[in-house]
Write a protein that binds this ligand. Structure first.
Ligand code: BF8
Ligand code: SF4
Length: 632
């Protein structure tokens, strides 16, 4: 078993796994170590069967694959394929939501319109007439516009791109030929382009990666968020609890894991409806807890506790207290089913394209969502009956957090300070330096560097320097567990300027305490919310996104989705900090373009740094540069 310095809750469950002689991620990582250097540098190609080929970065071995492709071609082709994997995930998620809502409108699926304001906002943004029309007609037209973005063949730009992209960036993408038209075509063309014997030009391949990033941003993230909000409501600020201590030994514990609220909302609803059955089985009730991004979705709308980030999902099962872990799509490790066998936990897969050996598969279809959700909750109650009386180990760690910082929620607080011009107080405080800048943290907990506490350390250094932090995804779980989403964290970690602003905002919000210094803005698709906030600020100031004193960070990159999101943020003109290094360093062209040349094109810039202090200081230096350029 590998020893690592991790947070107490994680550590205690690793110890428990160790006692049971069961391997966890850090052990499996150790068995993979040292990991292949060619792979890490991106210079390994297995796109065709003349290969696999690999290029020696030190120039001592082969400099070309069998087909003649060099390091630059191989690396940029691989990078584009990573981004495609990410965009396919987000676009697939959005498409699933579109089709569910379509069925709901036909009266064939038990989902409805929850947020009428959001419906109207999206309709008007898409140029849809709303006057006097029934809501269902309006939604139907919204969904048709969404479907156009995965079907149109005439080359005109996507509806969601025209709707949600910041004006100046839209115009610039038009000049650069980056206006995407149809997400499925983009994904197809990128796969085509990267198959053997097509695009070999590394710069052209990098531009294609930006296209996929833009596709991901608008036909994936923005579209999913907008439709989620219409269907389930726009998040508002609320107090919740986080970390594995939120499990309750005496309740039926259902852990929701994955991404799509279409499943998790139904399970939550049925958990409420079947509480009496659970009590009849001797339980206190049904305790639904959230893992990863579906956990973020549930907590932002319903106060569901945030039990675990991606790295802790399998550890949560090691508590022995999870009766069912119910999953849909993305970031679900096959390891969970093996661990579950040891404890009697039911792992339930629900998507035809996400099956795991050892798990129970219950296909979840929108038309029969109620029946399936009822069945799944019933399985959890049965599992509880078998678990009752058995020993469990639930770590005591549990932290408090405020979540639900949608743009609407933020604006509603700001409106209390300035009803007619809500962004003015923010801008005034950026200008006077109380808010030195802002950083958006997105992404994952990577076992390679989790023991450095990369995310928490970077956040603390930034806060001390009056940089406000917004976050999504698993970094939001990390921040919540570290207690960084509380008023106390503002008192403890924020610099004086930031503290003063957060106090005023906390009073305006009626909290009687400062707002937290790290704002939970949602799941990974909700990086769209961060982009909306940036757009509002940039358009108010009439500047480009790249001129704002802000930066993005994926401090513990794991997934292809993060690569797609990062590519989008680079297109928007942001500094994007990344650790561990993306697999591009084997290509001199990719490294130079992404870390230097791109800044002169979109304003975006990749910044690779694995030391938390240096990474935070790099972001602060970037913010300082942007402030100077703005003359503030
Ligand atoms: O989409 S942060 S580990 S759960 S990829 Fe996955 Fe990373 Fe978590 Fe959400 Ni986002
Ligand atoms: Fe090798 Fe070229 Fe085939 Fe890649 S595409 S595996 S570099 S021959």
């Amino acid at each position: 078993m590998m020893e690592k310095n991790l947070d107490r809750a994680t550590q205690s469950l690793i110890e428990r796994a160790k006692a049971g002689r069961i391997e966890v991620s850090i052990d499996r990582l150790q068995r993979q170590s040292p990991q292949c250097g060619f792979g890490q540098l991106g210079t390994c190609c297995r796109i065709c069967y003349m290969g696999p080929c690999r290029i020696d970065p030190f120039g001592e071995g082969a400099t070309q694959g069998v087909c003649g492709a060099g390091a630059d071609t191989i690396v940029t082709r691989n990078l584009l394929r990573e981004a495609v994997g990410g965009a396919a995930s987000h676009v697939g998620h959005a498409r699933h939501v579109i089709l569910t809502l379509k069925k709901a409108l036909e009266g064939k699926a038990p989902y409805k319109i929850t947020d009428k304001d959001k419906l109207m906002e999206v309709a008007s943004g898409l140029g849809i007439k709303t006057d006097g029309r029934p809501e269902k007609d309006i939604l139907n037209e919204i969904l048709d516009k969404a479907l156009e973005d995965i079907t149109r063949q005439d080359g005109s730009s996507m509806n969601w791109l025209r709707f949600r992209a910041p004006r100046k960036e839209y115009e610039q993408w038009e000049r650069l030929g980056l206006l995407v038209s149809n997400a499925h075509n983009e994904i197809e063309e990128a796969m085509h382009r990267t198959s053997m014997g097509n695009d070999a030009d590394p710069v052209n391949l990098l531009l294609a990666t930006l296209r996929i990033g833009i596709t991901d941003g608008y036909a994936g993230l923005h579209m999913a968020t907008d439709l989620h909000d219409i269907m389930f409501g726009t998040p508002q600020v609320r107090a919740i609890e986080a970390n594995m201590g939120v499990l309750d030994k005496d309740s039926v514990n259902i852990a929701m894991h994955g991404h799509n609220p279409v499943l998790s909302e139904k399970i939550l609803e049925w958990a409420g409806r079947l509480t009496k059955d659970a009590q009849g089985a001797g339980a206190r009730g049904i305790n639904v807890v959230g893992v990863c991004c579906t956990g973020n979705e549930l907590t932002m709308r319903h106060n569901v506790p945030m039990a675990a980030h991606n790295l802790q999902a399998e550890l949560l099962i090691h508590t022995g207290a999870v009766d069912a872990m119910v999953v849909d799509m993305q970031c679900i490790w096959p390891s969970i089913a093996k661990v579950a066998e040891c404890y009697g936990t039911k792992v339930v897969t629900t998507e035809s394209f996400v099956k795991i050996p050892g798990a129970t598969h219950i296909q979840f279809e929108p038309e029969t969502a109620d029946e399936e959700a009822k069945r799944i909750v019933g399985l959890a109650i049965e599992a509880f009956k078998n678990r009752r009386g058995k020993e469990v180990f639930i770590p005591s760690e549990k932290s408090k957090a405020f979540v639900g910082f949608s743009v609407e929620a933020i604006l509603s607080v700001l409106k209390k300070l300035n009803p007619s011009d809500p962004l003015k107080p923010v801008i005034d405080n950026i200008v006077n330096g109380n808010i030195y800048g802002a950083a958006g943290f997105a992404g994952c907990p990577n076992p390679k560097i989790r023991d450095t506490f990369m995310t928490e350390k970077m956040m603390k250094t930034l806060l001390k320097n009056n940089v406000l932090i917004v976050t999504t995804g698993c970094t939001a779980h990390i921040a919540a567990q570290a207690g960084l989403m509380t008023p106390e964290a503002t008192e403890r970690y924020a610099g004086d300027g930031l503290k003063a602003v957060l106090k005023v905002l906390g009073d305006a919000a009626g909290l009687g305490a400062p707002l937290p210094p790290v704002w939970h803005m949602g799941s990974c698709v909700d990086n769209s919310r961060i982009a909306n906030l940036l757009r509002a600020l940039a358009e108010k100031l009439n500047v480009r996104i790249s001129q704002l004193p802000v930066a993005g960070s994926a401090p513990e990159l794991i997934t292809e989705k993060a690569v797609a999101i990062g590519s989008w943020l680079l297109s928007l003109g942001l500094l994007v900090h990344i650790a561990p290094p993306p697999r591009v360093l084997g290509s001199p062209v990719a490294t130079k373009v992404l870390t230097e040349d791109l800044e002169g094109i979109t304003g975006g810039k990749a910044f690779v740094e694995s030391d938390p202090e240096k990474a935070a200081l790099g972001i602060i230096a970037h913010i300082e540069k942007k402030r100077k350029a703005l003359g503030i």
